[in-house]
Unconditional design. Structure first.
Length: 715
């Protein structure tokens, strides 16, 4: 992420202008005298030094990484200098670390909100992340290779910080509003400082572990001059080195890049500044502070051009073909290698070109909604909530959750696997410990998935029901079904599966015996819902249905095995059910809801036990072997209710519309929703596992899911 400051002539202060609107801020920065170097005594572990609201150091033990995708559009990225890892920040200010860029590691949420500057560098034990928050306070975070927080240091924020760069994990250059540049180690100890009197820092870029390039400006009335100066680091010393004038004025805020071999620097200017060929350049007017509106990316700016300078001679060596290329509102510039540059604009355009005299710039197909970062021969950018990654000028890959909306889910009885259906109607089976890649169903037509046992999953599509090996996805057995089903019910003990087609007033049932599915029996009795009951004998009722007239009919296992002839439906006894039925438990107890949730011991019983008044109920399930029921409400709360109406526990679902499924042994609940899914212990309500998205990886095409402006459950 880039930062820049623009001098206000006539004042000793400066105006800070971020080049990314999500972290954009404009504020008057005052002056102060240069301060001597002070090396504080390091604090003991787990101690906090209280030196006022802007100072302190917190050392924390390593914590598990908090995996979480962005809940809003990525607006900016920061790439480690070696191109191996990246940071991203979204329009809500949330920051994510991407520990690897090959799809092998999911993004990790960092305890940072908003940033004027953001830097990342690899260390022996993980990464060090540097940030300047929106108040101008600097922070250094130490994380392990997975993204788990190991420690955090807060650096004093007076004068305000306006930017920082990492030369290495233990060498950080911090620029203050008083134009002082300070050197800090990873523990927040200030080792050195320096300044160039009469000049103002416009931009700073790390070149190597021992030096940086600093663009400075000097004004004399209406005239302005710019130069790129080397700043060397040797131990606890900062030394100014060679200075190269910028022969043509840069656009401000200054965007500058240095080639990996250090021989060239490139920066952005505009046609308005350099003028037509043969005309003297135009001196940029003094900037005027303006309000920054919201968190949107800045609108396309003026026509931008790229200038390339030979650092040894200071000569303008921009190839003529590169000089002729114009981008509307270019804001990102970088070297892909020693001789290739790339420029990108806020309008979503990019081009690359070599520095050869006969270079032919070419447009680059790099989709993004957040401006790119370029380093280590790699380009990263944000595309909605995905990260776009490209090596050199090759085709991009997309790091994302390929499916983010879980339509329905289930847990295996032993609690080791989950199965679910994504928004693209594919089914997935994966281990909760993530030790193996998920099983991905072919096609995109699944409507229901559950576990028959720990090793077998049942998958229903529009034309067939399948018994699937949960470990590898092999279809062990399948049967055609008469049509789709709007409601599915599975009973683990009786092993009957029922599907209801409300539109046709029909339902079908199939029995699973081992891995084999019995014949599928269809009944057309006008049913709009059906439930599977406990049945100890073949003659006992195993399925109860309710039609639009609120009449209930019961079917035994032997009837379903033999088939129910259409002529015999009129002879079946039926019972009228009072009140709106929401759920019938395997015991036959009926749950009704009319503003108050009630339970009756049987369909024919007039007795009702109140379980509590509610504004609404979206879903109901019962916990096998108990009298406890679990409901979701329009407020997105998952609540377990005892038989006497007492609340056993409550868990936020994150969003309305969570689908509830209970594992066959009654130990696990899966709550699947667009905001992600949770695996909940049915007895205690403890959240055992959270999935903010599904099937993370690197894909050759943009993600099919757009998880935009929806906070994930593990946020």
């Amino acid at each position: 992420m880039r930062w820049n400051a623009v001098m206000d002539p006539g004042r000793c202060g400066a105006w800070l202008v971020s080049t990314v609107a999500v972290v954009a801020g404009v504020g008057a920065l005052g002056c102060s005298d240069r301060r001597p170097v002070v090396t504080p005594t390091p604090p003991p572990p787990l101690a906090v030094i209280d030196a006022g609201p802007d100072a302190g150091r917190i050392v924390e033990p390593a914590a598990p990484p908090r995996v979480a995708p962005h809940g809003a559009t990525i607006a900016a990225t920061a790439l480690a200098r070696d191109g191996a890892a990246a940071l991203s920040v979204d329009v809500l200010g949330d920051v994510r670390l991407w520990p690897a860029l090959d799809g092998s590691a999911e993004p990790v949420a960092l305890p940072i909100h908003g940033a004027l500057a953001l830097e990342l560098v690899a260390s022996d034990d993980g990464f060090v992340v540097g940030a300047v928050d929106l108040s101008g306070a600097p922070h250094l975070l130490r994380v392990d290779h997975r993204g788990g927080l190991r420690g955090r240091t807060d650096i004093p924020a007076v004068p305000q910080a306006i930017g920082l760069v990492a030369l290495g994990p233990d060498a950080w250059l911090l620029t203050r509003a008083d134009q002082t540049i300070e050197l800090y180690d990873r523990d927040g100890r200030r080792r050195a400082d320096t300044a160039r009197d009469g000049t103002r820092v416009e931009a700073i870029r790390a070149e190597a572990s021992d030096r940086a390039l600093v663009v400075v400006s000097r004004r004399d009335g209406t005239q302005a001059s710019f130069a790129a100066v080397t700043l060397a680091v040797a131990g606890d010393q900062l030394t100014w080195g060679a200075s190269v004038p910028l022969v043509k004025p840069p656009d401000t805020p200054v965007e500058v890049a240095v080639s990996p071999d250090g021989k060239h620097l490139a920066y952005l200017s505009t046609r308005a500044l350099i003028g037509p060929a043969g005309q003297p350049p135009t001196i940029p007017p003094a900037p005027v502070a303006q309000d920054v509106a919201g968190f949107e990316l800045p609108p396309p700016g003026p026509i931008s051009v790229v200038i390339v300078i030979d650092r040894a001679t200071g000569a303008d060596v921009t190839p003529s073909a590169v000089q002729a290329v114009e981008l509307r509102g270019a804001r990102r510039l970088g070297f892909l290698d020693d001789h290739t540059i790339q420029a990108s604009s806020t309008a979503g355009e990019s081009w690359t070109a070599t520095l050869a005299a006969d270079a032919t710039p070419r447009s680059r197909d790099l989709p993004f909604t957040g401006l790119p970062s370029i380093s280590g021969g790699r380009v990263v950018a944000g595309l909605q909530t995905a990260l776009v990654v490209a090596s050199g000028d090759g085709a991009p890959a997309f790091l994302s959750y390929q499916t983010g909306y879980a339509l329905q889910g289930a847990a295996s009885p032993d609690g080791t696997r989950i199965a679910w259906i994504g928004e693209d109607r594919r089914y997935f089976i994966e281990a909760l410990d993530r030790t193996a890649p998920p099983v991905v169903g072919q096609g995109g037509d699944a409507t229901f998935v559950t576990f028959a046992d720990d090793a077998t999953a049942l998958v229903v599509g529009p034309t067939a029901v399948m018994a699937v090996d949960a470990s590898d996805g092999t279809v062990r057995h399948q049967r055609p079904i008469p049509g789709g089903a709007s409601t599915m019910r599975w009973h683990p003990r009786t092993r009957w599966l029922v599907g209801v087609d409300r539109a046709r007033g029909a339902w079908w049932a199939v029995h699973l015996d081992g891995d084999a599915l019995g014949p599928v029996r269809e009944v057309r009795d006008g049913a709009i819902d059906a439930w599977v009951l406990d049945a100890d004998l073949p003659s006992a009722p195993v399925v109860v249905t309710i039609d639009r007239r609120a009449d209930a009919r019961f079917y035994s296992g032997s009837q379903l095995t033999d088939g129910v002839p259409a002529a015999g439906l009129a002879k079946l006894p039926k019972v009228h059910v009072d009140g709106p039925v929401r759920w019938i438990e395997p015991s036959g107890a009926v749950l009704r809801f009319d503003g108050t949730l009630t339970r009756s011991p049987a369909v024919t019983s007039p007795a009702r036990t109140a379980l509590g008044a509610r504004d609404g109920i979206d879903a109901v399930v019962d916990i096998p072997g108990t009298d406890r029921v679990v409901v979701t409400d329009p407020g997105g709360l998952i609540t377990a209710i005892e038989a006497d109406g007492r609340i056993a526990w409550a868990v936020p679902a994150g969003v309305r519309g969570a689908w509830l499924t209970v594992s066959d042994d009654g130990r696990r609940i899966v709550a699947a929703s667009p905001a992600g899914s949770q695996v909940i212990d049915a007895a205690s309500g403890a959240v055992i596992d959270q999935r903010c998205g599904w099937v993370f990886g690197s894909w050759p095409t943009p993600p099919t899911s757009r998880r935009v402006n929806l906070a994930p459950v593990c946020q």
